[in-house]
Write a protein that binds this ligand. Structure first.
Ligand SMILES: [Zn+2]
Length: 60
């Protein structure tokens, strides 16, 4: 039962990762940087697009 739950979680995380990869979040480092930035930035969608295109967390 626990293995099934874990397998389902892994499958879900892979799907989520795949979606983010498809919009340009292609490394774990970039994903972590974006997470840290978003937690303190009110800029919304435009902010996210800039972060992805610049591959870093400089001011946007
Ligand atoms: Zn921002």
């Amino acid at each position: 039962m626990e293995n099934k739950i874990e397998a389902e979680r892994i499958e879900r995380l892979i799907k989520i990762g795949s979606i983010f990869e498809s919009i340009g979040v292609t490394s774990v480092e970039l994903a972590e940087n974006i997470k840290e930035h978003i937690e303190s930035c009110p800029g919304g969608k435009a902010c996210l697009e800039k972060l992805i295109s610049k591959q870093n967390i400089e001011n946007c």
